[in-house]
Design a protein around this ligand. Structure first.
Ligand code: SF4
Length: 89
């Protein structure tokens, strides 16, 4: 009986470790996918939760924005950043 319980404990321990490793891999893949969303570096991104993008507001900041054909690299700070700069000038 003792050997059976010891085997059960090891099986449960190994199962927990495998589950933790799989969860970490899954989270890592998810984070890599989210880092591919280009909106934060796009000229059309407003940084305003009411209208995140003036071109594709539905797709902005979602996985649908990965590979967006309307992506335009931002050359100036966002509108909200410019407003903050005016306050401190
Ligand atoms: S144009 Fe495309 S990449 Fe740019 S903010 Fe809108 S959805 Fe994102």
């Amino acid at each position: 009986m003792t050997i059976f319980l010891a085997c059960c404990a090891w099986v449960m321990t190994i199962g927990a470790c495998v589950s933790a490793i799989l969860s970490i891999e899954k989270a890592s893949d998810r984070i890599k996918t989210l880092h591919q969303i280009p909106c934060s570096g796009c000229a059309f991104f407003t940084n305003d939760y009411r209208l995140k993008c003036t071109v594709n507001p539905i797709n902005a900041c979602t996985e649908a924005a990965i590979g967006c054909r309307d992506f335009e690299p931002r050359t100036q700070p966002c509108h909200a950043c410019r407003q903050c700069q005016h306050k401190f000038e």
